[in-house]
Each structure stands twice: as structure tokens, then as C-alpha cells.
Design a protein around this ligand. Sequence first.
Ligand SMILES: Cc1cc2nc3c(=O)[nH]c(=O)nc-3n(C[C@H](O)[C@H](O)[C@H](O)COP(=O)(O)O)c2cc1C
Ligand code: SF4
Length: 559
Amino acid sequence: MSKNITALSGRKGLDNSLFEQLGQAAGKTGTPDTKSLEELAKSFLIGTANTYGAATFYDYLKPENQGKQIYICNGSACLNAGTQKGVRESLLRHFPEHAIGEMCCLGRCHENAAFHFNNHNYSGQAIRHLSEIIAQGTVLKDQYQVTSIGQAILTTPDFTVGECKAKLVRLLQMEVTEVLAAILQSGLRGRGGAGFPVGQKLKFCQQAQAATKFVICNADEGDPGAYSDRYLLEAQTNRLLLGMLIAGYAAGAQTGVLYIRAEYPESIVAVEQAITSFKEAGITGSSLLGSSFAFDFKLVQARGAYICGEETALINSIEGQRPEVRVRPPYPAQYGLFGLPTVVNNVETLASLPTAIMDGGHSYAASGTKASPGTKLMSLDGHFSQPGLYEVEMGTPLQSVIDRAGGFRVPVKALHIGGPLGGLVPLNQVTRLTVDFESFAQAGFLLGHASVLGIPESMPLIRYLADLFRFAAHESCGKCFPCRLGTKRAEELFTRAADQGEAIDRQLLDDLLFTLETGSLCAHGGGIPLPVRNALQYFPGELNPYFTHSMEETNVAPN
Ligand SMILES: Cc1cc2nc3c(=O)[nH]c(=O)nc-3n(C[C@H](O)[C@H](O)[C@H](O)COP(=O)(O)O)c2cc1C
Ligand code: SF4
């Protein structure tokens, strides 16, 4: 992190941000040209190396993005489903190879066969209508199950703007300390992966001494297989904005920034419309509803980088810096966006706040489990008979979720739960698990953001792990060498094993995993060994032939 760039970027503020100007400079070509990078550097009083370094980081700003007209999803759900070879063949009938880019992932994990064209996402049977989509701009909506097991909060109808206004009137009658006490009492924990208590984070920010503070909604949902934030952004938009207002009031922030991934164009439109409705209803701006509270929303469109989901990389991204992870402390609650106190929370966390604070937080605390109150959205991929969005009361047996989804469409051997950094759960371990942070952690897995990917029997695990490391290496921010080098070396080891049957030295791999776990600065490098360790533990029969315990080379049949 450069404190100088933070300060220089902060001078221009959010409405004139370097990051957005880099996006605008990419214009129609897909990447900013050298002249624009030089002009931007001059205007922000920074070096061209800074603007170049930032622009070349992002999938949808870097020079390789130039001339791309259509993008194919390369997320794990689509890869596991085996649909993307056919999608690519169809696209090639209309576009030259060099005009086809890749996106990861489009959040269409329930239907697969996903691609992105002209600012719209398509999936399922849409590829059959490609000619029509290209010629007439036909927009096709996806379909998925939305249901609940146990208490329903986030899957009930969204609040109307009028209801939000009424709730805000009641909120503003409460003291900030009362609101904070209710959030703490509710026990609500962050839903983005780490499960940190929300009340504590808001309190740290509220106590920080500064006239300007921010609330950031982390809508960069990058875990391939996850689309629960997309659902909330599009179907529970008012609930989410109300949650941000509550967080802003509790933390003493005046601006709510929504950082939304470019891979979710429909979410961006939904949020823009909801912000306009809030403005029209007089529930944004200064002196809100006659109070001394002021709050405005700012939408920032991301540009394609998984690591920007990590909260400090996200902050650097908004500042227009290369989105590398920051060393902590200081934490964002003290030193966040433009060096000012900032609360970063996940979409689902913020959308849960309006319900969490009701009744002084007591009702929410009574739902779910004692340590993990409330509900968790789970996104089930296309391997389930009824894929979709399941709101599950914490503490529910995982088997009940699978049963409710009608089991699997095809034989599945394991579930990858909680994104690429999450655990790989073999089917015979499912009955040990309940849906809550503790149960997963105790069993050696991770609930994370609770996406659920089926790994079919037909998918060789060595290939799955090679793809996982390809993703991890591509998405590493490069700040620390255990991850920058380690993920790449692991990608090479697993790819050679899968493609050419070249055996992996087990001791070497164990050393590599240990180095990643203990030497990485953030959970990207630190977390990626978990699914590998699970795979090695639970699938020795399938994986052992790919390993040797000596330096002697052996060959196994390629997959
Ligand atoms: C590699 C990596 C990727 C992450 N991606 C996301 C993400 O896409 N969305 C998210 O909310 N949190 C993500 N996180 C977690 C955030 O850093 C942060 O903990 C979270 O936004 C805090 O919100 P919460 O307390 O409401 O969960 C990621 C963390 C890491 C290490
Ligand atoms: S672990 Fe990887 S993603 Fe995290 S800081 Fe290090 S290089 Fe960056």
C-alpha cells in the first residue's frame, strides 16, 4: 500500500476516482492506451508506473482484453458440468477466436453453459438462441429455486421503499449506542467468509476519531459457485440499501460504497435503480428525514479481479492503486478508504442487518445456533436436482439441504463448499456436518460464503486440483512470494500430473502446502491448501497413483 497514492487519490474523492477514470479510459477498446495512462498519472500527480500497474492488473482493463466481444464463463461449476466446450464451439461460429474472452464466474452456476455478451449474462439453453441474441439483443432471464429451511429472512419478499422509509424513521429515533447494542446482541457474524462479529467492527469504526467515514458493501462475490450475493443485489436490493443505512448510522459514516463485480451487469442495473428510488423517496442525502444524519450511496463497478473481494485489496482498488492486499494492522476500521475509518461488510451481512436489529437483537440471537445465529444463504450448483438459493437456518444438518434439493442429477463424489479456499467434503462426511461456522471448522472444512459445488464421479480430482491452482495462481495479487510463486509451482505440478501423468513428489508438495499456509499474507495463499489436504485425506485411492514419496520419477496414466 502506498500512503502517498492513498492521499493523492483521496484529494479527488470518490466521484472523481482514478479507478473509474481508468475504466472510462478503457472505453470501447477494452484497455486504456498509453496516452490516457500518462494523462491520468499527471492529473493525479502520480507516476505512469502506478496507472500502468493498476490497469494491467484487471482482467477487463489489461491489454489482453482488447477487442474481446464475448466472454465464456470458466468458473468451476461450468467446468465441472462440462458445458463450456460446446459453448465455445457455438461462439466460434460467430466470433473469431481472438474476440472470445473468459470471465470467472458469471454466477449462473445453477444452469451452467454461461457466457456474457453486450453487458448481459446468459446460461442454460440460451446458447441455442445465440444468433437471435447477437442479431436482436434478445435478453433471456435465468431461473432458479429460491426457498428456505427453517426461519426465512432473506428469502421473504423484499421491503418496499415505503417500508424502508418507515423503518428508517424508527431507526433515527434510536441513539447510536442503542443501535450498536442491538447489533452486538443479535450476534450477527460476517457472511463473506471469516464470520467476524459485525457489531464489533461497527463499534471500532464508530469509536475512531474522524469527520469522514465509509461503509463499503463488498459485492465482489468472486467464489466460483457462489451467487447468493447476486440474488440479494437483484432481488433484495432495498433490504440491502437499508442495511447499509443502518451500518452507516451505527458507524458514523456518511457514504455507502457498493463495489459490484463487472461480471454481474444485471446486479449493477438493479442497484442503480434502487438508489434512484431511495433518492426520490428522500431517504438519502443530508439531514435525512429531518435528522442530523447524512448518507449517500456510491456505486463502483469492479473490473475483474478475484482478490478485490479481500477487503484491503478492495480498498486499494477503489483508490485506483494496484489491488494488492494491505498488511494489517492498521485495520480498515481505523485506516481504510483514503486513509479514513471504513467498515467493509459482505452483501448478505448488510442485508441481514434490518432483521438483526429488531427487538433489540434478541429474536435474531435466538435463531440458528448460539455461536452462529441467524440464517445462511447457500447457492447450490447444477449438479443438484433442484439447484438454486437455499436460505438455511444455522444448525440445520447439511444432509437436510441435500435432501430438500432432491439429491443429485448425476453421481457426485464430493462437494466443494465455501469457494476455492473452502473444504472439499466427501459425501460420506456430509452427515457429520451442520450448516454453521463451528461444525465445519471442527470437522476440518470451512463454511465460508457457503457456495456448494458438486464434483461429479466423472471429474478426476487431479484435474480439479490443477484447475483450482490455475485459478489461485491467476488471481494471486503477487504481494507475498509464498503465494505468488507457490500457487504457480503447484499449478505446474498438478497440470503435468493430469496432462502427462508426471508423478508429484509428495514431500515437495507437503512443503509447498506448509509454506503457503504459514507464509502467506492473506487467506488466498493461506487457504488454498485446505481443499488439497481434504482431497489427499479422503481420496487416497484415486490420488495416490499420482504421487511418489521419493525423488524417483514414475508415470501414471494421464487424464
Ligand atoms: C482471497 C479472498 C477473497 C475474498 N472475497 C470476498 C468476496 O468476494 N466477498 C466478500 O464479502 N468477502 C470476501 N472476502 C472476505 C473479505 O476480506 C472480508 O472479510 C469481508 O468482506 C468482510 O465482510 P463480512 O464481515 O461481512 O463477512 C475475501 C477474502 C479473501 C482472503
Ligand atoms: S497470499 Fe497471495 S493474494 Fe494474499 S497477499 Fe499474498 S500474494 Fe497476495
